[in-house]
Design a protein around this ligand. Structure first.
Ligand code: SF4
Ligand code: SF4
Length: 92
């Protein structure tokens, strides 16, 4: 039972100080979670603290590989609308 930080992490440092188990550590090229220490915050907080603070959609996954802040969840921009905007920008 542990979460995972992936390569879209921008090394903002927001999550590490909030972890009740000191499970998050600086590494290259991005922060990582020590799976042996992560409890998913069960027993300490109602929500995973790293997920609650992380500003990057898709940077933290659950143990099944599911994005915990999925596309659009933080920006409020529907993924299909973002994809259309990016396609338009690339076409310029
Ligand atoms: S879910 Fe909780 S225990 Fe696990 S890394 Fe995030 S803050 Fe730490
Ligand atoms: S809060 Fe998110 S982006 Fe910032 S260091 Fe943690 S995982 Fe990376």
């Amino acid at each position: 039972m542990a979460l995972e930080i992936i390569e879209s992490c921008v090394n903002c440092w927001a999550c590490a100080p909030l972890c009740p188990n000191q499970a998050i550590y600086e590494a290259a090229p991005h922060f990582l979670i020590d799976a042996d220490k992560c409890t998913e915050c069960v027993g300490d907080f109602a929500d995973a603290q790293c997920v609650a603070i992380c500003p990057i959609e898709g940077a933290i996954l659950d143990e099944l590989g599911v994005e915990l802040n999925p596309p659009g969840s933080l920006t409020g921009i529907p993924p299909e609308r973002m994809a259309a905007a990016m396609a338009e920008i690339r076409a310029r």
